[in-house]
Ligand binder design. Structure first.
Ligand code: SAM
Length: 287
């Protein structure tokens, strides 16, 4: 436990998919005047320096956001990619890509006065970074060094009865998959109209392979709409190690999300796909 530091992975292909979807979900909630809450159960450090030792050592952003950033003025960019890049531009000066915003920063910079952001993070170093990052923000952001899984149930429904729950564990322990399904079931039972965004890794592990089917079964049981998108950038390595893709499972997706992703995903495969196994999937169950 606690060996995972998101700084190693910031801006990689999985972050690009995750944060592109997140920006779309937030944009849709912002269409109505009524305030809403964002609950981020696994917040991370908030903002990452892509020139730090962590980031340069892993080089993961080089195969993710760093390939997309130089194309940001291309008028043919898919709208969802352009919207993500606009958020990343807000934490960078000019043309140099130095910082990469994590989900708390993306949410914080998109929310309005009156909206609310609730962040959970357990790692002793990450929580300090997160608290320091938001130190000057006095209102609207609540940060707790606590277990996001254990606390989710008590956070829903939020007082506004409008909200987005982002569940983005590190899956360091395989029990995270089971745990997530359990807390998701409880949360949706209490707050059925909430939007839930669940990220998961595509790795050579039984729990990861089974996870999308388990999420779909749970959504059917709870009688909620869902959208499932995956981005694979390369073949699984023969030694079974490493992240070759990832998925986002969204409960109660906005009706516009499918079309946005149908435009963006082929472009992403083309732009950051590494080998012939690069591919995407996109499915929706919406009544
Ligand atoms: N959501 C972040 C983003 O998009 O920028 C990245 C989060 S990272 C994948 C997962 C984080 O969850 C790590 O910082 C880890 O320390 C933290 N974590 C692990 N178990 C946790 C738990 N039970 N509750 C809250 N945070 C946890």
């Amino acid at each position: 436990m606690f060996s995972y530091r998101h700084g190693f992975h910031a801006g990689n292909h999985a972050d690009v998919l995750k944060h592109m979807v997140l920006v779309q979900l937030l944009s849709h909630l912002l269409l109505k005047d009524k305030p809403f809450s964002v609950i981020d159960t696994h917040a991370g450090g908030g903002l990452y320096d892509l020139t730090s030792n962590y980031a340069t050592k892993s080089g993961e952003s080089a195969e993710g956001i760093a390939q997309i950033w130089p194309l940001r003025r291309d008028p043919g960019l898919p709208k969802a990619v352009a919207a993500l890049l606009a958020q990343i531009a807000r934490v960078n000066d000019g043309d140099t890509l130095k910082h990469y915003p994590g989900s708390p920063q993306i949410a914080a910079q998109m929310l309005r006065e009156g909206d609310h952001l609730r962040l959970f993070e357990m790692h002793p170093t990450e929580i300090k970074l997160l608290q320091a990052h938001f130190a000057s923000v006095k209102r609207g952001v609540n940060i707790q060094q606590a277990d996001g899984f254990a606390n989710l149930k008590a956070c829903v429904p939020p007082p506004s009865r409008r909200g987005l729950v982002h569940i983005d564990p590190s899956y360091e322990i395989k029990d995270d998959y089971r745990h997530l399904l359990q807390v998701l079931r409880e949360a949706v039972a209490r707050f059925k109209t909430g939007v839930y965004a669940i990220w998961y890794p595509e790795v050579a592990r039984r729990e990861s392979n089974q996870f999308p089917a388990q999420l779909k079964r749970l959504a059917a049981e709870l009688d909620v709409d869902w959208l499932h998108v995956t981005l694979r950038v390369k073949a699984a390595s023969p030694d079974g190690l490493g992240l070759f893709g990832s998925g986002m499972f969204v409960i109660n997706p906005p009706y516009t999300l499918y079309d946005m992703l149908a435009e963006a995903m082929p472009w992403l495969v083309e732009t950051i796909g590494i080998d012939d196994h690069a591919a995407y999937t996109l499915e929706v169950q919406q009544r």
